[in-house]
Design a protein around this ligand. Structure first.
Ligand SMILES: *[C@@H]1O[C@H](CO)[C@@H](O)[C@H](O)[C@H]1NC(C)=O
Ligand SMILES: *[C@@H]1O[C@H](CO)[C@@H](O)[C@H](O)[C@H]1NC(C)=O
Ligand SMILES: *[C@@H]1O[C@H](CO)[C@@H](O)[C@H](O)[C@H]1NC(C)=O
Ligand SMILES: *[C@@H]1O[C@H](CO)[C@@H](O)[C@H](O)[C@H]1NC(C)=O
Length: 468
């Protein structure tokens, strides 16, 4: 009695699962495009130990078309026209598994498939609904600043499913961006959930434009006297000879080394700091599009000033110190055989260091932001600069002030002298009679002296004559 009941229950189960060669329920399979789809066809009741024939077919319209077939005599068949890269591994047959493997599945492969396994006495039929999920990006070519959308297709599309969007393994709440930037490049995808199955399909997004720097927030640090290269690297699609460099707020043309895709300064000078912009034209979906990138150059320099006789202050000047959080002072000393050793002398948030005039050698200022080292600038303190207070700007000013003072004194003295001469002349002019008197007296005296001389000579001559 009990035995018969159980047998009846088994029969019911068999009917539900679609066995016994009769009615069968469709099984759902969801796969991502490009992957290998394994269409299940398992004989769970192990009835078809030695199948005489296995036949996989696909529904096209109202009829079924063979995909893979193995006949009673062991011959295998595949369609000649539009064959799928499908196979049914024979070594699984012993385990009652007649799965069909389809490689590199595409959206067009979605649809209804049927597996028929024929035994000696019975026949098993299974129907599988294969749904293929595909993620794609439109338009095909995305240029920086333009609009992009990720699409998710399911073929055949079921009535009820849930869809979520992903960017680089993280869920996002939108599938499009109005103004795309290089940061949006990467893997975009969707996750489809349907009847307890979940499948993720991805598409990679390349953004045409300038790949380095990624955005306008780049800051470059360079010490005065060093060289620096400002990068402006384009993705493919750049139209040749369209790259233009400009320094914002400057009318002075940039040197030849700025003609190429990366700008190069051979020797950074005080005054080179500022914002530089490169731009170029790329081929987009709707013709030519201009893309541009701005970057900031910050210049670093160490200067010194003397305080008193023995102390020297070194100052680490950064043209735009907003991001700097720490300064580090190092001293490089040279040992025998030209060995160099660097030692950290001070690390603080101050850009100054007070040293002694005897601390001759190379001084290096390293500067950091909260993420790490940004750059360095160096200063050579020698005997002369220690005595003179270096080539600091304050030292220069002192020299200038002294020079000007000296010049003023000189001019003052000349003016004073001229004034005195002028005064004397004026005083004489006030008494013209006196002048003529003086003059008369002087000429009379001269006359008298001359005539006295003459008479003396005449006398002498007379005397000579008389004596002879
Ligand atoms: C769709 O699926 C959800 C669960 O995934 C279910 O709650 C809902 O009732 C379904 N809707 C229809 C119309 O089948
Ligand atoms: C780009 O410039 C180079 C020289 O700088 C020249 O040889 C080349 O013909 C130019 N190409 C175009 C497309 O104008
Ligand atoms: C450095 O100099 C010493 C002698 O002063 C010598 O013995 C040694 O080999 C030198 N080392 C190097 C690396 O040249
Ligand atoms: C200073 O910076 C230059 C270039 O970035 C680097 O080559 C050099 O090693 C740095 N020097 C120190 C002492 O950090």
């Amino acid at each position: 009695m009990k035995e018969r009941k159980r047998h009846a229950m088994d029969l019911v189960l068999l009917t539900i699962l679609g066995f016994g060669g009769g009615l069968c329920r469709e099984q759902e399979l969801l796969v991502a495009e490009g992957s290998v789809a394994v269409l299940p066809c398992v004989d769970v009741f192990a009835e078809h130990t030695h199948p005489t024939a296995v036949h996989w077919s696909r529904r096209i319209g109202d009829s079924f078309k063979t995909v893979w077939r193995r006949n009673k005599n062991g011959l295998e068949f595949r369609p000649i026209k539009d064959p799928l890269s499908a196979r049914c591994p024979l070594d699984n047959f012993g385990k009652f598994i007649y799965n069909l493997h389809i490689e590199a599945i595409s959206l067009a492969d979605g649809g209804e498939y049927e597996c028929q396994v024929e035994g000696k006495i019975s026949k098993m039929v299974k129907v599988i609904m294969l749904r293929v999920v595909r993620a794609s990006i439109s338009p095909d070519v995305v240029v920086e600043g333009s609009r992009m959308e990720v699409n998710c297709q399911i073929s055949p599309r079921p009535k009820n499913f849930t869809l979520k969007w992903k960017k680089d393994k993280e869920f996002v709440n939108k599938n499009g961006i109005d103004s795309i930037s290089q940061r949006d490049a990467g893997n975009w995808g969707c996750v489809v959930s349907y009847k307890n199955q979940e499948v993720e399909a991805t598409a990679s997004l390349q953004v045409r434009g300038i790949s380095t720097p990624q955005d306008d927030s780049s800051v470059f640090y360079a010490a005065v006297g060093s060289s620096i290269s400002l990068p402006c690297i384009f993705t493919d699609g750049l139209i040749p000879n369209t790259t233009i460099w400009k320094k914002i707020g400057s009318h002075v043309p940039l040197p030849e080394s700025f003609k190429s895709s990366s700008g190069f300064i051979h020797r950074v000078e005080d005054g080179d700091e500022g914002t530089y912009r490169c731009s170029g034209v790329v081929n987009g979906m709707n013709g030519m599009q201009t893309v541009q990138r701005s970057m900031k150059l910050v210049v670093a320099q160490v200067s010194s000033s003397s305080r008193g006789i023995t102390a020297v202050t070194l100052f680490c000047y950064i043209s735009s110190p907003g991001l700097i959080t720490a300064y580090e002072w190092l001293r490089e000393t040279r040992g025998p055989n030209d060995t160099r050793t660097l030692s950290i002398i001070q690390k603080s948030s101050s850009s100054r260091i007070q040293i002694s005039e005897r601390d001759i050698g190379e001084w290096i200022c390293r500067f950091y932001d909260h993420e790490g080292l940004l750059g360095n600038a160096s200063y050579h303190l020698d005997m002369m600069s220690a005595l003179k207070g270096g080539k600091s700007s304050s030292g220069n000013k002192a020299a200038l002030v002294m020079g000007l003072g000296f010049l003023f004194l000189l001019v003052f003295l000349i003016l004073l002298q001229m004034y005195r001469i002028h005064r004397r002349r004026k005083m004489i002019h006030q008494y013209p009679a006196m002048e003529s008197i003086i003059h008369q007296v002087a000429t009379e005296r001269e006359h008298r002296e001359r005539s006295r001389e003459k008479t003396a000579k005449a006398c002498a001559a007379e005397n000579q004559f008389e004596c002879v």
